[in-house]
Design a protein around this ligand. Structure first.
Ligand SMILES: [Zn+2]
Length: 51
């Protein structure tokens, strides 16, 4: 009865849709990707470099 953390996909836990981790997730623009992948995707989308 100590199930605090359940592995549920969808609502709640969000992770990068590209690599799967949640290291600095960016949900901006509805991308749901980590900042690492964001750099790659950003350039692909036409965004300027993040820092
Ligand atoms: Zn990623």
């Amino acid at each position: 009865m100590n199930e605090k953390k359940k592995r549920t996909t969808g609502s709640g836990r969000r992770s990068c849709v590209r690599c799967g981790n949640h290291n600095g997730l960016i949900r901006r623009y509805g991308l749901n990707i980590c900042r690492r992948c964001f750099r790659e995707v950003a350039s692909s989308l036409g965004f300027t470099k993040f820092r």
